[in-house]
Design a protein. Structure first.
Length: 333
Protein backbone atom coordinates (compact mmCIF):
# COMPACT_ATOMS: atom_id res chain seq x y z
CA UNK A 1 0.00 0.00 0.00
CA UNK A 2 2.90 2.29 0.75
CA UNK A 3 4.41 1.54 -2.64
CA UNK A 4 1.07 2.15 -4.41
CA UNK A 5 0.70 5.48 -2.64
CA UNK A 6 4.23 6.40 -3.73
CA UNK A 7 3.54 5.43 -7.38
CA UNK A 8 0.23 7.31 -7.41
CA UNK A 9 1.89 10.45 -6.04
CA UNK A 10 4.70 10.30 -8.58
CA UNK A 11 2.35 9.69 -11.49
CA UNK A 12 0.43 12.94 -10.94
CA UNK A 13 1.12 15.74 -13.38
CA UNK A 14 2.89 18.63 -11.65
CA UNK A 15 1.92 22.12 -12.82
CA UNK A 16 4.42 24.95 -12.41
CA UNK A 17 4.27 28.66 -13.18
CA UNK A 18 6.05 27.94 -16.44
CA UNK A 19 3.01 25.93 -17.56
CA UNK A 20 0.63 28.89 -17.04
CA UNK A 21 0.23 31.09 -20.10
CA UNK A 22 0.36 34.89 -19.89
CA UNK A 23 -3.40 35.45 -20.12
CA UNK A 24 -4.08 33.05 -17.26
CA UNK A 25 -1.37 34.64 -15.12
CA UNK A 26 -2.87 38.09 -15.67
CA UNK A 27 -6.34 36.83 -14.72
CA UNK A 28 -4.91 35.29 -11.54
CA UNK A 29 -3.23 38.58 -10.63
CA UNK A 30 -6.46 40.45 -11.36
CA UNK A 31 -8.30 38.31 -8.79
CA UNK A 32 -5.80 38.86 -5.99
CA UNK A 33 -7.50 40.87 -3.25
CA UNK A 34 -4.52 42.87 -2.02
CA UNK A 35 -5.15 45.43 0.76
CA UNK A 36 -3.23 47.98 -1.29
CA UNK A 37 -2.20 48.36 -4.95
CA UNK A 38 1.37 48.78 -3.73
CA UNK A 39 1.39 45.18 -2.47
CA UNK A 40 0.27 43.90 -5.86
CA UNK A 41 2.83 46.09 -7.63
CA UNK A 42 5.53 44.61 -5.38
CA UNK A 43 5.07 41.27 -7.18
CA UNK A 44 6.88 42.82 -10.14
CA UNK A 45 10.09 42.16 -8.21
CA UNK A 46 9.63 38.38 -8.55
CA UNK A 47 11.00 38.19 -12.10
CA UNK A 48 10.70 39.74 -15.55
CA UNK A 49 7.62 37.71 -16.39
CA UNK A 50 5.75 38.95 -13.33
CA UNK A 51 6.92 42.48 -14.03
CA UNK A 52 5.41 42.36 -17.52
CA UNK A 53 2.19 40.76 -16.24
CA UNK A 54 1.69 43.32 -13.44
CA UNK A 55 1.93 46.20 -15.90
CA UNK A 56 -0.82 44.75 -18.10
CA UNK A 57 -4.16 46.65 -18.33
CA UNK A 58 -5.95 43.31 -17.85
CA UNK A 59 -4.82 43.19 -14.22
CA UNK A 60 -6.14 46.60 -13.16
CA UNK A 61 -9.79 47.57 -12.93
CA UNK A 62 -9.48 49.58 -9.67
CA UNK A 63 -6.83 51.97 -8.41
CA UNK A 64 -7.47 52.77 -4.74
CA UNK A 65 -4.69 54.78 -3.09
CA UNK A 66 -6.75 56.20 -0.24
CA UNK A 67 -4.88 54.00 2.28
CA UNK A 68 -1.72 55.91 1.41
CA UNK A 69 -3.28 59.38 1.43
CA UNK A 70 -0.85 60.79 4.01
CA UNK A 71 2.22 59.95 1.92
CA UNK A 72 0.78 60.21 -1.59
CA UNK A 73 2.56 62.94 -3.53
CA UNK A 74 2.88 63.73 -7.23
CA UNK A 75 6.24 61.96 -7.36
CA UNK A 76 4.89 58.79 -5.72
CA UNK A 77 1.88 58.73 -8.05
CA UNK A 78 4.13 59.21 -11.08
CA UNK A 79 6.15 56.20 -9.91
CA UNK A 80 2.99 54.08 -9.77
CA UNK A 81 1.42 55.19 -13.03
CA UNK A 82 4.63 55.45 -15.10
CA UNK A 83 4.42 55.92 -18.86
CA UNK A 84 2.94 52.58 -19.91
CA UNK A 85 -0.72 51.60 -20.27
CA UNK A 86 -1.06 49.55 -17.08
CA UNK A 87 -3.99 51.69 -15.89
CA UNK A 88 -5.58 52.34 -19.27
CA UNK A 89 -8.70 50.30 -18.42
CA UNK A 90 -9.44 51.12 -14.78
CA UNK A 91 -13.07 51.80 -13.92
CA UNK A 92 -12.68 52.99 -10.32
CA UNK A 93 -10.21 55.65 -9.14
CA UNK A 94 -10.06 56.47 -5.42
CA UNK A 95 -7.68 59.24 -4.32
CA UNK A 96 -9.72 60.23 -1.27
CA UNK A 97 -7.72 62.25 1.26
CA UNK A 98 -4.65 62.66 -0.98
CA UNK A 99 -4.32 66.33 -0.09
CA UNK A 100 -0.82 66.71 -1.58
CA UNK A 101 -1.77 65.78 -5.14
CA UNK A 102 -2.10 68.50 -7.77
CA UNK A 103 -3.77 68.67 -11.17
CA UNK A 104 -0.62 67.44 -12.94
CA UNK A 105 -0.53 63.98 -11.38
CA UNK A 106 -4.29 63.42 -11.31
CA UNK A 107 -4.60 64.36 -14.97
CA UNK A 108 -1.76 61.96 -15.78
CA UNK A 109 -3.93 59.13 -14.45
CA UNK A 110 -7.16 60.34 -16.03
CA UNK A 111 -5.51 60.87 -19.38
CA UNK A 112 -4.88 57.10 -19.53
CA UNK A 113 -8.30 55.86 -18.42
CA UNK A 114 -10.84 58.57 -19.34
CA UNK A 115 -12.54 56.22 -21.83
CA UNK A 116 -13.33 53.55 -19.20
CA UNK A 117 -13.53 55.35 -15.84
CA UNK A 118 -16.92 55.06 -14.10
CA UNK A 119 -16.21 56.19 -10.53
CA UNK A 120 -13.87 58.93 -9.30
CA UNK A 121 -13.37 59.84 -5.63
CA UNK A 122 -11.28 63.00 -5.14
CA UNK A 123 -12.71 64.00 -1.78
CA UNK A 124 -10.22 65.93 0.32
CA UNK A 125 -7.86 66.67 -2.59
CA UNK A 126 -7.55 70.31 -1.60
CA UNK A 127 -5.01 71.34 -4.26
CA UNK A 128 -7.08 70.34 -7.28
CA UNK A 129 -8.47 73.21 -9.34
CA UNK A 130 -10.80 73.99 -12.21
CA UNK A 131 -8.40 72.24 -14.61
CA UNK A 132 -9.20 68.78 -13.23
CA UNK A 133 -12.95 69.47 -13.11
CA UNK A 134 -12.93 70.63 -16.74
CA UNK A 135 -11.05 67.55 -17.90
CA UNK A 136 -13.45 65.22 -16.10
CA UNK A 137 -16.49 67.08 -17.39
CA UNK A 138 -15.51 67.04 -21.03
CA UNK A 139 -13.56 63.77 -21.39
CA UNK A 140 -14.88 61.15 -18.94
CA UNK A 141 -18.11 60.33 -20.76
CA UNK A 142 -18.74 57.00 -18.99
CA UNK A 143 -18.55 58.55 -15.52
CA UNK A 144 -21.37 57.59 -13.13
CA UNK A 145 -20.03 58.72 -9.74
CA UNK A 146 -17.93 61.80 -8.92
CA UNK A 147 -16.99 62.90 -5.39
CA UNK A 148 -15.42 66.37 -5.11
CA UNK A 149 -16.20 66.88 -1.41
CA UNK A 150 -13.69 69.25 0.15
CA UNK A 151 -12.01 70.24 -3.14
CA UNK A 152 -12.01 73.85 -2.04
CA UNK A 153 -10.32 75.22 -5.16
CA UNK A 154 -12.82 73.72 -7.60
CA UNK A 155 -15.48 76.38 -8.41
CA UNK A 156 -18.96 75.20 -7.50
CA UNK A 157 -20.38 77.59 -10.10
CA UNK A 158 -18.51 75.76 -12.88
CA UNK A 159 -20.16 72.48 -11.96
CA UNK A 160 -23.71 73.84 -12.02
CA UNK A 161 -23.11 75.94 -15.14
CA UNK A 162 -21.71 73.03 -17.12
CA UNK A 163 -23.79 70.07 -15.93
CA UNK A 164 -26.30 70.70 -18.74
CA UNK A 165 -23.59 70.46 -21.43
CA UNK A 166 -21.38 67.74 -19.93
CA UNK A 167 -22.16 64.51 -21.72
CA UNK A 168 -21.93 62.38 -18.59
CA UNK A 169 -23.94 59.47 -17.22
CA UNK A 170 -23.66 60.86 -13.71
CA UNK A 171 -25.95 59.39 -11.08
CA UNK A 172 -23.99 60.36 -7.97
CA UNK A 173 -22.37 63.80 -7.63
CA UNK A 174 -21.00 65.29 -4.39
CA UNK A 175 -19.94 68.94 -4.31
CA UNK A 176 -20.07 70.02 -0.66
CA UNK A 177 -16.96 71.90 0.41
CA UNK A 178 -16.07 73.10 -3.08
CA UNK A 179 -14.99 76.71 -3.62
CA UNK A 180 -18.28 78.57 -3.17
CA UNK A 181 -19.32 76.39 -0.22
CA UNK A 182 -16.11 76.37 1.78
CA UNK A 183 -14.69 78.76 4.36
CA UNK A 184 -15.56 82.46 4.16
CA UNK A 185 -17.22 83.10 0.82
CA UNK A 186 -17.76 86.67 -0.37
CA UNK A 187 -21.40 87.68 -0.77
CA UNK A 188 -20.91 88.66 -4.42
CA UNK A 189 -19.22 85.33 -5.24
CA UNK A 190 -22.05 83.50 -3.50
CA UNK A 191 -24.51 85.43 -5.67
CA UNK A 192 -22.77 83.94 -8.73
CA UNK A 193 -23.56 80.48 -7.33
CA UNK A 194 -27.19 81.48 -6.78
CA UNK A 195 -27.44 82.55 -10.43
CA UNK A 196 -25.74 79.36 -11.64
CA UNK A 197 -28.16 77.15 -9.67
CA UNK A 198 -31.16 79.17 -10.90
CA UNK A 199 -30.08 78.53 -14.51
CA UNK A 200 -29.52 74.87 -13.72
CA UNK A 201 -33.03 74.57 -12.27
CA UNK A 202 -34.52 76.24 -15.37
CA UNK A 203 -32.64 73.72 -17.51
CA UNK A 204 -34.07 70.85 -15.46
CA UNK A 205 -37.58 72.25 -15.80
CA UNK A 206 -37.20 72.65 -19.55
CA UNK A 207 -37.47 68.88 -20.03
CA UNK A 208 -38.92 67.78 -16.70
CA UNK A 209 -35.48 66.68 -15.54
CA UNK A 210 -34.68 65.40 -12.08
CA UNK A 211 -31.78 65.86 -9.70
CA UNK A 212 -29.28 63.00 -9.37
CA UNK A 213 -30.42 59.74 -7.78
CA UNK A 214 -27.61 59.96 -5.22
CA UNK A 215 -25.12 62.52 -3.99
CA UNK A 216 -25.62 65.89 -2.34
CA UNK A 217 -26.75 68.13 -5.21
CA UNK A 218 -30.27 68.44 -3.80
CA UNK A 219 -28.91 69.26 -0.33
CA UNK A 220 -26.58 71.89 -1.78
CA UNK A 221 -29.43 73.51 -3.71
CA UNK A 222 -31.54 73.66 -0.55
CA UNK A 223 -28.63 75.13 1.45
CA UNK A 224 -28.05 77.82 -1.18
CA UNK A 225 -31.76 78.65 -1.21
CA UNK A 226 -31.85 79.04 2.59
CA UNK A 227 -28.71 81.19 2.59
CA UNK A 228 -30.17 83.42 -0.12
CA UNK A 229 -33.25 83.95 2.05
CA UNK A 230 -30.98 84.88 4.99
CA UNK A 231 -29.13 87.35 2.79
CA UNK A 232 -32.38 88.96 1.65
CA UNK A 233 -33.34 89.51 5.29
CA UNK A 234 -29.98 91.16 5.88
CA UNK A 235 -30.24 93.38 2.78
CA UNK A 236 -33.80 94.40 3.71
CA UNK A 237 -32.68 95.79 7.07
CA UNK A 238 -34.22 93.13 9.30
CA UNK A 239 -32.78 92.68 12.80
CA UNK A 240 -30.31 89.89 12.09
CA UNK A 241 -27.15 91.71 13.21
CA UNK A 242 -26.11 90.47 16.64
CA UNK A 243 -23.10 92.68 17.34
CA UNK A 244 -22.62 96.45 17.11
CA UNK A 245 -20.12 96.14 14.25
CA UNK A 246 -22.64 94.21 12.13
CA UNK A 247 -25.42 96.72 12.98
CA UNK A 248 -23.25 99.60 11.82
CA UNK A 249 -22.42 97.79 8.59
CA UNK A 250 -26.08 97.00 7.91
CA UNK A 251 -26.98 100.67 8.43
CA UNK A 252 -24.21 101.77 6.04
CA UNK A 253 -22.54 103.72 8.83
CA UNK A 254 -19.51 101.70 9.97
CA UNK A 255 -17.02 103.53 12.21
CA UNK A 256 -14.51 100.84 11.24
CA UNK A 257 -14.31 98.21 8.52
CA UNK A 258 -14.88 94.88 10.28
CA UNK A 259 -15.42 91.67 8.37
CA UNK A 260 -18.94 90.47 9.10
CA UNK A 261 -20.27 87.02 8.22
CA UNK A 262 -23.72 85.47 8.06
CA UNK A 263 -24.27 82.06 9.67
CA UNK A 264 -25.86 79.64 7.15
CA UNK A 265 -27.90 77.76 9.75
CA UNK A 266 -29.71 80.65 11.45
CA UNK A 267 -29.00 83.74 9.32
CA UNK A 268 -27.56 85.90 12.09
CA UNK A 269 -24.69 88.24 11.25
CA UNK A 270 -21.68 88.95 13.45
CA UNK A 271 -18.18 90.28 12.85
CA UNK A 272 -15.38 87.72 12.92
CA UNK A 273 -13.81 89.17 16.07
CA UNK A 274 -17.01 88.95 18.08
CA UNK A 275 -17.86 85.50 16.73
CA UNK A 276 -14.38 84.26 17.71
CA UNK A 277 -15.08 85.37 21.27
CA UNK A 278 -18.55 83.82 21.17
CA UNK A 279 -17.15 80.45 20.10
CA UNK A 280 -15.66 80.01 23.57
CA UNK A 281 -19.15 78.87 24.61
CA UNK A 282 -18.75 75.62 22.70
CA UNK A 283 -20.44 72.38 23.68
CA UNK A 284 -19.94 68.74 22.73
CA UNK A 285 -22.75 67.02 20.90
CA UNK A 286 -22.73 63.70 19.06
CA UNK A 287 -18.98 63.33 19.42
CA UNK A 288 -18.17 66.74 17.94
CA UNK A 289 -17.81 70.31 19.18
CA UNK A 290 -20.57 72.75 18.25
CA UNK A 291 -20.86 76.48 18.79
CA UNK A 292 -24.35 77.71 19.81
CA UNK A 293 -25.55 81.03 18.42
CA UNK A 294 -26.25 83.33 21.37
CA UNK A 295 -29.50 84.59 19.74
CA UNK A 296 -30.90 81.15 18.92
CA UNK A 297 -31.76 79.70 22.32
CA UNK A 298 -35.15 78.34 21.18
CA UNK A 299 -34.55 76.41 19.04
CA UNK A 300 -30.81 76.10 19.47
CA UNK A 301 -28.94 76.79 16.25
CA UNK A 302 -25.22 76.88 15.70
CA UNK A 303 -22.51 79.11 14.32
CA UNK A 304 -20.14 77.51 11.79
CA UNK A 305 -17.12 75.75 13.26
CA UNK A 306 -13.82 77.62 12.84
CA UNK A 307 -12.92 77.40 9.17
CA UNK A 308 -16.43 76.27 8.28
CA UNK A 309 -18.70 77.70 5.61
CA UNK A 310 -20.03 81.23 6.17
CA UNK A 311 -20.74 84.19 3.89
CA UNK A 312 -18.88 87.50 4.15
CA UNK A 313 -21.48 90.26 3.81
CA UNK A 314 -21.22 93.88 2.68
CA UNK A 315 -23.48 96.78 3.50
CA UNK A 316 -26.64 96.70 1.33
CA UNK A 317 -25.47 99.73 -0.66
CA UNK A 318 -21.99 98.34 -1.25
CA UNK A 319 -23.43 95.00 -2.31
CA UNK A 320 -25.57 96.63 -5.01
CA UNK A 321 -22.55 98.54 -6.34
CA UNK A 322 -20.29 95.49 -6.31
CA UNK A 323 -22.90 93.28 -7.97
CA UNK A 324 -23.60 95.88 -10.66
CA UNK A 325 -19.86 96.20 -11.35
CA UNK A 326 -19.44 92.42 -11.49
CA UNK A 327 -22.29 92.03 -13.96
CA UNK A 328 -21.07 94.96 -16.05
CA UNK A 329 -17.75 93.19 -16.45
CA UNK A 330 -19.50 89.93 -17.28
CA UNK A 331 -18.79 88.11 -14.01
CA UNK A 332 -15.63 86.34 -12.83
CA UNK A 333 -13.36 84.70 -15.45
Amino acid sequence: MTYLSFVRRKSRTMVTLNDINEDTLQLILRRIEAPSPKELLALSLVNKRFRAAIRSPTVWHTLDLSRHAATMTNKVLYGIVKDDNAFASIEVLNLSGCSQLTDLSVLKVLNKCHHTIREIDLSGCELLTLETAEYIGFHCHELERLDLTGCKRVPTTFLFQNLPIMQLNLKDLRVKGTKHLNGRVDEVDFEDLVDAIAKYVRWLQSFDGTVFDKGDVRDVMELVHVCEEHLEFWRSGNAVAICDHASELQNNDPTSTPMCTIFPECGHVMCVECSAVERRNMMREGGRYVYPCSHCAHPVRFMPAPGGFEIVVHSPEDFKKLLAERRRLGGPP
